[in-house]
Design a protein around this ligand. Structure first.
Ligand code: ZN
Ligand code: ZN
Length: 567
């Protein structure tokens, strides 16, 4: 079984915050690393989502070309991901030529099958600047709640999905003119209504498998036949509709964006010189699990619309698993860049590093309900869990070892570990794998931390520094057992905290690519035993691996937020 793992394409229109990282990219990264370490073939695909009206408006405001604007955000996002040690096998862009080619293939196929249809309709047009006014290019009073600045796609006050023709006193967002009138026009529609039955039959197979935040939501939306939706717009940014009568029309962003997963996979294979075909060997293969990591705002497209497009073309299999997460808030309130209710994810990573942030953000992955980032919570999690438990244990064991057994630890000292402890490790590994394979990423880390607590308690109780004064053999055995646990902990942190893991593994002259590490990860205790069947010598001088966070620094950050709240 191969794994094709995707992360929701980040919209190239603003910074990525903790909510996105903990909700999508971090769990996807951990899951991919986990499958690779488990010996599975796995690829992690994502890329920037670069079309749509919101991007056009902000690029215009910034006085940049659309391309220049999206390139900048794409680069910024990739830079941030790399600081968080979030790795992709490929990260593309939907403004790329290869993506256009793939999208046109889908459009033409659905069109030939009668699943895309041209329809006449009325549309708003500005009588002064002559622009057509789709979506956010028109604003007016909401006909439902009378909020004065409702947009042509949605009312930000009451959430109504707006029919722009019904807006009261519409205003053109290009030139500010109020001279806006409905005119005859036409667009192409995706015939979701025609795909309803096939969709329902497929969804039956997912009902008892997918998360509880997905299934009832999809059921309520698909109780009745879905309404056909326009997938083209009169815009000057996007992929041209590939039909002769469609001059000036573009394919709209929500149709082309999910195809980005497919086009980026094709480009990945091409750029890595692979002989594999992105459809035959990946997207269309029965030997592949397709896993989409998304936030809850993306459920409708990934559970309904893209699966329907996939079934309609038959090009790709619909998604296998959809680990959709809830939201991460900031001190209990939604992140909002415009209101300043916001922590800069780049400042934070520059200040605290990837181990601390990945550890805390993993503990916040909103798998079942919304969670909340707080600076105090961050401090507590790092200082009293990661530093006190894992950091302290490794530090005590390794420094004591280096001090008293600098020439190396005799192989027979490890016997007690394989007699009395290895069974516990086996049980641990089995449960750890079950949690990660079922997308319980947060619990996987908790499970690893409880192993850490146990060994920390073990070394505290045995107190080798006291044993050493009366019984050096016994102290050596305690340190040998602890050393084996350090290797186990370093191995199983590899998907979660790759940086810390690599420091721990370096004590053993290993890294996450080492054969023995992969074998231990896969539960092969014989490999662990073989490793300690020779005398063992530390390969690197031990040092403190988990720096504590200064409470004063946290207080300052906390006060900064409180000041925003007061304003
Ligand atoms: Zn106008
Ligand atoms: Zn409203």
């Amino acid at each position: 079984m191969k794994y094709l793992i995707t992360s929701a394409l980040p919209y190239a229109n603003g910074p990525i915050h903790f909510g996105h990282i903990a909700g999508v990219y971090l769990p996807a990264d951990i899951f991919t690393r986990h499958q690779k370490l488990s010996g599975k073939r796995a690829i992690h695909i994502s890329g920037s989502d670069e079309h749509g009206v919101a991007i056009m408006q902000n690029a215009q405001k910034a006085k940049k070309s659309y391309q220049e604007y999206v390139n900048e955000w794409s680069k910024e996002h990739q830079n941030l991901f790399s600081k968080y040690d979030i790795k992709f096998d490929f990260f593309g862009q939907t403004s790329a030529k290869y993506h256009e080619t793939e999208t046109i293939k889908w459009f033409k196929d659905l069109s030939e099958k009668g699943l895309i249809e041209k329809r006449n309709e009325k549309q708003l047009q500005c009588q002064d600047c002559h622009n057509m006014l789709p979506d956010r290019f028109v604003e007016g009073e909401c006909y439902s709640c009378h909020y004065p600045e409702a947009r042509g796609d949605e009312c930000p006050s009451c959430g109504t999905w707006i029919d722009p023709l019904k807006l009261i006193n519409p205003v053109c967002k290009f030139c500010g003119s109020k001279n806006v009138k409905p005119v005859d026009s036409f667009q192409w529609y995706l015939m979701l209504s025609k795909m309803h039955n096939e969709f329902k039959a497929w969804f039956e197979t997912k009902k008892n498998v997918w998360r509880k935040n997905v299934v009832p939501f999809v059921e309520s939306l698909t109780k009745e036949n879905l309404v056909d939706r326009a997938i083209t717009r009169d815009l000057d940014w996007g992929i041209d509709v590939p039909l002769p009568e469609a001059k000036g029309k573009k394919i709209y962003v929500w149709f082309d964006a999910p195809i980005g997963y497919v086009s980026n996979t094709a480009e990945y294979l091409k750029q890595t010189g692979s002989k594999e075909d992105h459809i035959k060997d990946w997207w269309g293969s029965d030997d592949v699990k397709i896993v989409n990591f998304i936030g809850k705002d993306n459920i409708i497209f990934h559970s309904i619309i893209f699966p329907m497009m996939s079934m309609g073309t038959g090009f790709v299999k619909p998604v296998t698993d959809l680990p959709a997460n809830q939201y991460v808030n900031l001190e209990g309130k939604k992140f909002s860049k415009s209101k300043g209710w916001y922590v800069d994810a780049e400042d934070a990573i520059n200040q605290f590093g990837s181990d601390a942030l990945r550890f805390y953000l993993t503990s916040l992955i909103p798998e079942t309900s919304d969670s909340s980032f707080t600076w105090k919570g961050f401090e507590l999690k790092i200082n009293s869990e990661l530093a006190n438990n894992i950091g302290n244990f490794i530090n005590r064991a390794m420094k004591f070892s280096a001090k008293n057994w600098a020439e190396g630890m005799k192989a027979e000292k490890f016997d007690a570990f394989f007699k009395d402890h290895v069974k516990d490790v086996e049980v641990f590994v089995k449960e750890y794998h079950e949690l990660l394979n079922s997308y319980q990423i947060k619990k996987g880390q908790e499970h690893l931390m409880s192993l850490g607590s146990k060994v920390n308690q073990f070394i505290t109780e045995r107190a080798p520094w006291t044993e050493f004064k009366t019984d050096q053999d016994k102290a050596a055995e305690t340190i040998a057992i602890s050393t084996a646990y350090v290797l186990v902990i370093g191995t199983f942190f590899a998907p979660y905290l790759p940086n810390l893991s690599s420091s721990i593994l370096s004590y053993f002259g290993l890294n996450s690519e080492s054969e023995v590490v992969k074998k231990i990860y896969q539960g092969d205790m014989k490999a662990l035993k073989d490793f300690f069947s020779k005398d063992f010598k530390l390969q690197v001088e031990p040092q403190g691996l988990v720096p504590k966070i200064d409470p004063k620094v946290i207080e300052e950050l906390d006060e900064k937020l409180k000041a925003i709240e007061a304003n």
